[in-house]
Ligand binder design. Structure first.
Ligand SMILES: NC(=O)c1ccc[n+]([C@@H]2O[C@H](COP(=O)([O-])OP(=O)(O)OC[C@H]3O[C@@H](n4cnc5c(N)ncnc54)[C@H](O)[C@@H]3O)[C@@H](O)[C@H]2O)c1
Length: 463
C-alpha cells in the first residue's frame, strides 16, 4: 500500500521504515532539514537497536523515500500517518500545535482519491474529530486561496477540491530501546474509528504484522487487533501509560517503606510479581520514571480529567511519588557524603532508559541540576551519549569517554541508567580511582555483594 508518514522521530521513523521493510511503498516527511539530510544519506538520526539495518534494507528495496514535500507525500499516500511530537505545555496539557500544523497541511494538499488519516501521535481524547475539523479547515483555506488566485467571474472559478477521507486513531505502544522489535512483535494493535472502509485499509496495512510474518516467533497466534471508537482508542494509550507509571510509583513507594523497615524491595517485587494477577514487569524500584512519554501522558490525562470536572487523585499521587523519587539519589548521596559542596559525583548513564539516546525528561537531568545547585561537580559516562557527542539538553555536566575516567577522582558514583554494559565494568579498578568509593545504585541493577567485594560502600533503593 502507499503510505505517507509525517514526522520522523522515534515513532514516525520506526513506523515508516518497518512498513517499508514489510513491502509497503512509503514516503517519510519531516520539516527538519538536518534530519532529512541524514536519512537521505541512509543514516538514522536516532539510536534504536536494529533500525539502521532495516532502514538500509528498506532503502535498497526502493520502498522508502525521505522528503520535506508535504504535497508530494499527501498525494502519494492512501494512508497518511501523523506522527509528530505532542510535548507537554507548562500546565501539563498536551501541546498539539504540531499535529494541528500537519492536519492543516494535509487539508491544504488533499485532492482526489480516498485517504485514511491516522493519528499515531499520542493526542488528547477527542483529537480524532478535531483533526477532521482542522483538515476540513485546511481544505476550505485552499479553496479560498484558489478562488482568490482564479478571480471571481464564473468562467475563471477554480474547480471544487474533491476530498474524501476518514480519521483513524492508531496509538503507538513501542518502547524506545526496542522499537523495531515492538513494531514487529506487538502485544496488540488498536484501531479507533467509525469508518469500516478506513478500518479495513488499516487491517490490510498491518496484515503481515498481525499474521506474525516478521515476528521473532512466527508460530504465535495472530496479533490481537482491537477495533473501537476514536475516543476509546485515544484513551487506551493514556490509560496504558498511566497504569505503567503508577505501577512504578507503587513499587517505589514500597521501596521507600522497605528502606525504613529493613526489607529488600527486590525480594518483595519478586514475591508479588509471581502472582499472575500482578505480574513481574514494571516492578523495578529506582529513581523514578521519566522519558518523553510517561510524564507528559500522565499529566495530559490528569489535565483532561480536570477539564471534565474530575480530579484524578490516584494519577496525581503517582506523579508526586515520582517527583519525590527523582530526588532519592540526592538524599542517599547526602547521607553517604554529608556536605555535597565541593564533592565530585559521577553518573553512570544519562538517558532515561538503556538502549536509547533519548534524554527527554530523564531523571539524570534533575539530578545534575540539583547537584549543581548544591555545589557538587558532576561528571557522567553514558554508552551512547558519550559516543555520539549528542549533548542536547545537557549542561552542568562533564561527559567522560569511559567508565574509568568517570570514576577517577569521584566521591561517589550514581548508577542512573541500567545499561547492560554496566554489569561488567571493572568496579574494583574504578573503586581504587575514586576519592570515596560510594555507589548509589539508582536502579538496583548491581549485585550488592559484588560491589562490596570491589571495595564500594553500596547503597540501593529499598534494599
Ligand atoms: N517516543 C516514544 O517512545 C513514543 C511511543 C509511543 C507514542 N509516542 C508518541 O508519538 C508522537 C511522536 O513522538 P516521537 O518521540 O516520535 O517525537 P519526536 O519529537 O522524536 O519526532 C517528531 C518529529 O516530527 C517532526 N515534525 C514536527 N512538526 C512537523 C511538521 N509540521 N511537518 C513534518 N514534520 C514535523 C519533527 O521534526 C520530528 O522529527 C508523540 O505524540 C508521542 O507521544 C512516542
Amino acid at each position: 500500500m502507499r503510505v505517507c508518514v509525517i514526522g520522523t522521530g522515534y515513532v514516525g521513523l520506526v513506523t515508516g521504515v518497518c512498513l517499508a521493510y514489510i513491502g509497503h511503498d512509503v514516503i517519510c516527511i519531516d520539516n527538519n532539514e538536518e534530519k532529512l539530510k541524514l536519512m537521505k544519506s541512509g543514516q538514522s538520526p536516532i539510536f534504536e537497536p536494529g533500525l539502521s539495518e532495516i532502514m538500509q534494507a528498506a532503502i535498497n528495496s526502493g520502498n522508502i523515500q525521505f522528503s520535506s514535500d508535504m504535497a508530494g507525500g499527501v498525494a502519494h499516500g492512501e494512508i497518511l500517518f501523523i506522527a509528530v511530537g505532542t510535548p507537554p505545555l507548562p500546565n501539563g496539557e498536551s501541546d498539539t500545535r504540531y499535529v494541528e500544523a500537519v492536519a492543516r497541511g494535509i487539508g491544504a494538499n488533499l485532492n482526489g482519491g480516498y485517504k485514511v488519516i491516522v493519528n499515531k501521535s499520542t493526542v488528547p481524547i477527542g483529537s480524532g474529530d478535531w483533526v477532521r475539523m482542522i483538515v476540513l479547515d485546511g481544505i476550505v483555506e485552499r479553496q479560498k486561496s484558489l478562488v482568490a488566485v482564479g478571480g471571481s467571474s464564473a468562467e475563471e472559478k477554480p474547480p471544487e477540491i474533491s476530498a474524501h477521507f476518514d480519521v483513524v486513531s492508531n496509538p503507538e505502544f513501542l518502547r524506545e530501546g526496542s522499537a523495531v522489535y515492538d513494531t514487529f512483535n506487538p502485544d496488540r494493535i488498536v484501531l479507533g474509528g467509525n469508518s469500516q472502509r478506513a478500518i479495513a485499509m488499516m487491517k490490510e496495512l498491518y496484515a503481515p504484522i498481525v499474521e506474525r510474518k516478521f515476528a521473532v516467533d512466527q508460530s504465535l497466534p495472530p496479533v490481537p487487533v482491537l477495533v473501537t471508537d476514536l475516543s476509546s482508542a485515544e484513551m487506551i494509550k493514556y490509560a496504558a501509560n498511566a497504569f505503567l507509571a503508577t505501577k512504578i510509583s507503587f513499587i517505589n513507594e514500597v521501596a521507600n517503606i522497605c528502606d525504613r523497615v529493613g526489607a529488600d524491595v527486590t525480594q518483595v517485587a519478586k514475591g508479588i510479581g509471581l502472582d499472575s494477577r500482578i505480574g513481574n514487569k514494571f516492578l523495578q524500584a529506582g529513581i523514578g520514571w521519566g522519558g518523553s512519554c510517561f510524564p507528559k501522558d500522565v499529566s495530559a490525562l490528569i489535565h483532561t480529567a480536570d477539564d471534565y470536572g474530575y480530579e484524578a487523585q490516584l494519577l496525581k499521587a503517582a506523579v508526586s511519588v515520582n517527583e519525590r523519587q527523582r530526588l532519592i539519589a540526592l538524599e542517599k548521596l547526602q547521607q553517604a557524603l554529608k556536605i555535597l559542596k565541593g564533592k565530585t559525583v559521577g553518573l553512570l548513564g544519562l538517558t532515561f532508559k538503556p538502549d536509547t539516546d533519548d534524554l527527554r525528561d530523564a531523571p539524570a537531568l534533575n539530578l545534575i541540576e540539583q547537584l549543581n545547585r548544591l555545589g557538587a561537580k558532576v561528571k557522567a559516562y553514558d554508552p551512547i551519549i558519550s559516543q555520539t557527542g549528542m549533548r542536547h539538553g545537557l549542561s552542568g555536566v562533564l561527559v567522560e569517554t569511559d567508565a574509568e575516567r568517570l570514576a577517577d577522582g569521584c566521591d561517589a558514583l550514581v548508577l542512573v541508567t541500567e545499561w547492560q554494559q554496566f554489569s561488567t565494568l571493572d568496579y574494583a579498578k574504578m573503586a581504587k580511582l575514586m576519592n570515596h568509593a560510594v555507589m548509589i545504585d539508582g536502579r538496583n541493577f548491581l549485585d550488592p555483594e559484588t560491589m562490596v567485594r570491589a571495595g564500594f560502600q553500596y547503597v540501593g533503593v529499598g534494599r
